[in-house]
Design a protein around this ligand. Structure first.
Ligand code: C2E
Ligand code: CA
Ligand code: CA
Ligand code: CA
Length: 277
């Protein structure tokens, strides 16, 4: 009983109760976040290292909660995945990205936009059908969409997930392996996935220097990807010297705060207009 705890313990217990209460509220409110217009997407540019140009961006979800303000996806996505509301969020993200691509296309800004897909989304064969139906009504090409999937998401039910990935690929959607090198990675699994791109996790990029173990991992991942015919993205690029090394090692694409933080759609458009390599 918190009332009988000595001072510091009581504060600690209070903190835990608040955190617990917050989780309960977030789980409850997640179901209505989309219909209450509390969700928004930020866009982070992906730099084509060789060409020095930006034609791609990753859409990252933000939740402006009426009580807690901006809640980070690192907090609410795992809750949504555990409580069965992730599909609602994913459906909203896909629709919003397609709507945004349509708007940008009509203004002559032709982007390829990637978005994040969870394990639970890969459980349903309807995913590809719904995306195809959505694209049919819009002047947006399937090739403008990239779905980012982690290997651990595929591992939850590999047979079903691979079936879903193939049906997405048959629609013309591009697929990318996210967070490569973390968790469960197997080359056998990678070979079975119909993917065009691989993203090296930012934990390998952050403290990259020529002599480190990370350098060995990053260089061999780039070479391996190229031999498998995949494009390679380095995420979490924060420093110029890291970009220089990645260029030297023939990495295709860089994403990170060095190029830009994720931006709201309008700020992203402005960034695209003024950006010079
Ligand atoms: P992720 O897919 O690996 O996305 C990259 C994360 O790294 C983003 O965090 C991005 O803001 C951050 N980041 C980008 N460049 C840098 C950098 O140079 N340095 C550092 N320190 N961080 C950088 P964010 O937006 O907070 O998203 C966190 C995670 O939440 C994402 O990781 C992804 O797993 C998940 N997520 C975000 N949006 C969605 C979504 O729409 N659906 C699903 N299922 N998951 C999402
Ligand atoms: Ca991602
Ligand atoms: Ca990632
Ligand atoms: Ca990540």
């Amino acid at each position: 009983d918190a009332a009988h705890l000595p001072g510091r313990l009581q504060v600690y217990q209070q903190g835990r109760d608040d955190a617990h209460q917050r989780q309960i509220s977030l789980i409850r409110d997640l179901r209505h976040a989309a219909s209450n217009a509390e969700l928004l997407l930020y866009y982070q540019p992906k730099l084509d290292i060789r060409a020095g140009q930006v034609h791609e961006a990753e859409a990252l979800l933000r939740w402006n909660h009426p009580q807690y303000g901006m809640v980070s996806p690192g907090e609410f996505i795992p809750l949504a995945e555990r409580t069965g509301s992730i599909q609602i969020l994913t459906a909203w993200v896909i629709e919003e990205v397609v709507r945004q691509l349509h708007e940008w296309n009509s203004r002559g800004l032709h982007m390829q936009v990637s978005l994040n897909i969870s394990a639970e989304d890969l459980g349903s064969l309807q995913l590809a059908e719904r995306v195809a139906a959505l694209l049919a009504g819009q002047a947006v090409a399937a090739e403008q969409l990239v779905f980012e999937i982690t290997e651990s998401a595929v591992m939850q039910d590999p047979e079903r997930a691979l079936e879903v990935l193939h049906s997405l690929r048959n629609c013309g959607i591009h697929l990318s392996v996210d967070d490569f090198g973390t968790g469960y990675s197997s080359l056998a699994q990678l070979k079975r996935m119909p993917v065009q791109e691989l993203k090296i996790d930012q934990s390998f990029i952050r403290e990259l220097d020529e002599q480190s173990d990370d350098a060995v991992i990053v260089r061999s991942t780039i070479d391996m990807s190229h031999s498998l015919g995949l494009k390679v993205v380095a995420e979490g690029v924060e420093f110029q010297r890291n970009l220089d090394l990645l260029r030297l090692w023939n990495c295709d694409t860089a994403q990170g705060y060095l190029i830009s933080r994720p931006l709201p759609a309008q700020a992203f458009e402005q960034w695209m207009q003024q950006w010079q390599p």
